[in-house]
Design a protein around this ligand. Structure first.
Ligand code: WQD
Length: 349
């Protein structure tokens, strides 16, 4: 199977490309560099490193999924058996400021892509969704039968929820024979243990762990903990943090399910560990991994935040034969190695 990977140069995309290659899949990678770095030759720095790590060539083309002409060129010239669609804008706070950019990049682009798949008879489609679609969780742990679309507090989450509905309808159209798998990520953290690829947020990180890591190394002075009066074990927010390598392997398992089962229709899976850790627990774990003190102060709760989010990952174990294997120690160990080895991320030192 040859897999078109969109957003391949990004954090989860690059880690997934590595695992796809290790599992023996061929890939064709595209990215528009809106949230990743190109070198002077126009190659994706993260994918050049994946190529070094795997010893395999990685066909890459700069392409904006929003641009139908550019996208069709890829489908016309490349053999494609399946698509893994990562390309999207994903900053919750930014989506509140720039809703149109988010609807264009996350909805229009995805519609272009699925229409191109239909036109070129590509029937295997894996979609990068998010736990955000659960909005205010109906219950904890969250399983795939839980209500979605209620209490989503930002355009980013809405785009993921809407795309899930659109893909379900496309997948259900009679006589189309689609295989679609929607993967709902919880909180991806960490980096490849080699320290060669990792999360490289532009500017000040929105998410907890890249921020904590930059405080640990001294790039940022102090962590602000968004509220310590939540109804949780220690008053700080609880999330289902999952190692990005485990998350990447979940995509390989999804592809293998399509490969093995042939026609599966549309399926949805949580990709999380099933364990919730609090902000304070993550800070302590990172202090242990880095040997550094991480100064923090308590600030007001962030608009849109909720107390606890963590999943029941048993359906992915049953159907994908996948479960997260890396724990908190590995998440922090690998994040710290990435941070230390790459103080400027993918930018040249
Ligand atoms: C985690 C916890 C914060 C930063 C978001 C998206 C989700 C997914 C992952 C894309 C919360 C607290 C954070 C900080 C803090 N992204 N925090 N200080 O909000 O759970 O999920 O990212 O798919 O869709 O919604 O992740 O890392 O921003 O926050 O105290 O500087 O850390 O309050 O409890 P979140 P996060």
């Amino acid at each position: 199977m040859r897999v078109l990977v969109t957003g391949a140069a990004g954090f989860i995309g690059s880690h997934t490309v590595l695992e796809l290659l290790n599992a023996g899949y061929d890939v064709i990678c595209i990215d528009n560099f809106s949230n990743s770095i190109a070198d002077e030759k126009g190659e994706a720095v993260s994918l050049t490193r994946v190529s070094q790590l795997t010893g395999k060539q990685i066909p890459f083309k700069k392409c904006d999924v929003c641009d139908e002409k550019e996208l069709e060129e890829i489908f016309k010239t490349e053999k494609i058996d399946a698509v893994i669609h990562f390309a999207a804008l994903k900053a919750v706070g930014e989506s509140v400021q720039l809703p149109l950019a988010y609807y264009r990049n996350n909805i229009v682009a995805s519609l272009n892509l699925i229409a191109m798949c239909k036109k070129y008879e590509v029937r295997n489609f894996i979609f990068s969704s998010s736990a955000t679609v659960y909005g205010t969780p109906e219950k904890l742990p969250i399983d795939e039968s839980c209500r979605v679309g209620v209490g989503i507090t930002n355009p980013y989450g809405q785009t993921k929820y809407m795309m899930e509905q659109i893909l379900r309808d496309v997948g259900a159209a009679p006589g189309e024979n689609w295989n679609m798998i929607l993967l709902r990520y919880f909180n991806p953290v960490g980096a490849h243990p080699s320290g060669r690829i990792g999360e490289d947020p532009k500017g000040v990180p929105n998410n907890l762990m890249p921020y904590v890591s930059q405080v640990a190394i001294g790039k940022l002075p102090v962590l602000t903990i968004y509220g310590d009066q939540w109804e949780t074990k220690d008053g700080t927010g609880v999330r289902d943090f999952i190692h990005v390598v485990d998350l990447a392997k979940g995509h390989v398992k999804a592809l293998e399910r399509m490969d093995k089962k042939g026609s599966i229709g549309t399926e949805v899976f949580n990709l999380g560990t099933g364990t919730g850790y609090s902000v304070k627990e993550m800070v302590t774990a990172m202090e242990k991994a880095s040997g550094r003190t991480i100064p923090s102060k308590v600030g007001p709760p962030r608009v849109g935040d909720i107390a606890s989010v963590y999943c029941d990952p048993s359906l992915a174990l049953e159907k994908l034969e996948w479960k997260a294997e890396l724990g908190l120690e590995e998440m922090c160990r690998d994040l710290w190695k990435w941070q230390i080895d790459n103080p400027n991320g993918f930018l040249a030192a």
